[in-house]
Ligand binder design. Structure first.
Ligand SMILES: [Mg+2]
Ligand SMILES: [Zn+2]
Length: 204
């Protein structure tokens, strides 16, 4: 069974988009926008408005992220054993250099960012609107790829987690699944996930 990981707040200990907006963007816009998710605006629309509040040079932002972003314990071992796919609502340009820093090669499906002094512009993957949530969500990204186990923490993981054959959840995703009475396996780090998955290939 394929293993699929969310990036922000799942692979990384803190949400790197939140960190970036906190450091380089406008946190008031961020908080106002977070309340709009799933209401007036789609998740992509919210992320786009938030990213527009960043005007710093890309190298400055990336250099800072490379210094401060930490990944959850057990990631390297999990990657070596289970060859996961990362699917993120964030941006390749801010994910791949962190993986390189960790000396890990992991396929990433994510959006693109075009940094600009006028405000960074999000360029989203072309994806059909999901029949379940109505947004171009991660369920749509994984459709037709067979059974998968999903590991996530937040809003972008909600719809896809309902389509997964096995779900590992923490934080907001865990609370959201609790509210819906949907079963999941809690995790703190990838040591937990590896222990639950067992030896690669041993699953039925
Ligand atoms: Mg996340
Ligand atoms: Zn969906």
């Amino acid at each position: 069974m394929r293993l699929v990981l969310d990036w922000d707040g799942t692979v990384t200990e803190r949400d790197t988009l939140h960190m970036t907006i906190e450091r380089f963007g406008d946190l008031d816009v961020f908080h106002a926008m977070e309340e709009q998710v799933g209401r007036a605006l789609s998740l992509n629309e919210v992320i786009a408005v938030e990213m527009e509040t960043i005007t710093a040079p890309f190298d400055e932002v990336l250099g800072w992220l490379l210094e401060v972003v930490t990944v959850r314990r057990g990631l390297a071992e999990l990657v070596a054993e289970h060859d996961p796919l990362i699917v993120s609502a964030g941006f390749c340009e801010l994910i791949e250099p962190i993986l390189e820093r960790e000396r890990l090669s992991v396929p990433v499906v994510a959006n693109r960012i075009e940094p600009s002094p006028d405000g960074w512009r999000a360029v989203f993957l072309e994806r059909a609107a999901c029949a379940v949530c109505g947004e171009p969500c991660k369920r749509e990204a994984l459709a037709g790829n067979g059974p998968f186990a999903y590991v996530g923490d937040g809003v972008s993981d909600r719809c896809v987690s309902l389509a997964a054959d096995r779900v590992f959840a923490r934080d907001g995703l865990a609370r959201w699944l609790d509210e819906r009475g949907v079963a999941y396996e809690p995790f703190e780090d990838f040591v937990d996930v590896r222990a639950a998955l067992g030896e690669p290939g041993s699953e039925a």
